[in-house]
Design a protein around this ligand. Structure first.
Ligand code: SF4
Length: 294
């Protein structure tokens, strides 16, 4: 029986602001799961979602698959733990830009380095939205928010470049309002064996609406003949936009980089037998060793 989009609906009322870019991500991910299941790539029961904390995290409530609502900045260690415990699962991590690139940035770097076979989707609206508009590591200079009334003055972090140099084996940037391309990239990321990362520019209509800027300045990498297997070219393209809002900005969208190497769970010795072995500790023996009666 074919999976339908409505099979992924939940009864939870959606509380995102009308027009929020998160709706585009939700639609694209649901479409990708439906197509991957119907094409025979995986079964619905294999898909597992991990979210962080922030507006993005409500996606946990809106997709009817297994999941874990984790804590701020800790999506990736949670997702990694799930994957090594049961490598048959397809683990999708969702984080905000504050979540992933501020508190979670160390986990991000090491997940890229480890090359664990999961997909990480960052809802990058360049603002802390749930807490009503503070600057994050990807906010452009000059942005005036609740924590920066005089304007943000720090240079933004470039997560695409960071992912490539940290060892991620699939690196892409998409736009939340371009659902068709986003869906295709999510499917490619899930099919990729290794750490797949997608930075999704997600307009926050309430605190940081970059929709018009992205529409005006974006172009597709595949339209200019970009070769995602070329590391130097990928890095060059990654550095083309610095997440600032300049008049001459050019924002590449699509897949920057793809390569293959051993995945974390395939080489970490403990994962091979661990997830299939039921451990039955000898409690009496442990107590006898550690318990000293008064
Ligand atoms: Fe979306 Fe921004 Fe509203 Fe959060 S505050 S739901 S990110 S529009």
């Amino acid at each position: 029986m074919k999976l339908e989009l409505k099979d992924l609906n939940t009864p939870v009322p959606n509380t995102w602001c009308p027009g929020c870019g998160n709706f585009g991500i939700l639609t694209a991910v649901k479409q990708a799961i439906v197509e991957l299941v119907n094409e025979g790539f995986a079964e619905k029961r294999q898909f597992t979602l991990v979210s962080g904390i922030g507006c993005h995290a409500k996606i946990y409530d809106y997709i009817n698959i297994n999941g874990f609502y984790s804590i701020h900045g800790r999506v990736l260690p949670t997702a990694l733990g799930i994957k090594v415990s049961n490598p048959e699962l397809i683990v999708l991590g969702f984080g905000g830009d504050g979540d992933t690139y501020a508190e979670g940035v160390a986990h991000f770097v090491h997940a890229c380095r480890y090359n664990v076979d999961i997909t990480m989707i960052a809802h990058n609206n360049q603002v802390f939205a749930l807490t009503t508009g503070q600057a994050t590591p990807t906010t452009e200079r000059g942005f005036k928010g609740k924590s920066t009334p005089l304007g943000t003055f720090e240079q933004p972090l470039n997560p695409i470049a960071l992912a490539i140099v940290s060892g991620a084996t699939f690196v892409a940037r998409e736009f939340a309002l371009d659902v068709q391309h986003l869906k295709e990239t999510v499917k490619a990321a899930v099919k990729h064996k290794g750490f797949a990362f997608i930075d999704v520019l997600q307009p926050c209509v309430s605190y940081h609406n970059m929709a018009e800027f992205v529409r005006t300045h974006a172009y597709r990498l595949e339209d200019v003949g970009h070769n995602p297997r070329d590391y130097s070219e990928a890095l060059k393209k990654a550095l083309e936009w610095d997440y600032e809002y300049k008049e001459d900005a050019r924002i590449p969208l699509g897949i920057f980089y793809i390569t293959e190497r051993e995945t974390y769970e395939s080489v970490w010795p403990a994962t091979r037998p661990f997830y299939k072995v039921r451990r039955e500790p000898d409690i009496e023996k442990i107590l006898a060793k550690h318990y000293v009666s008064p």
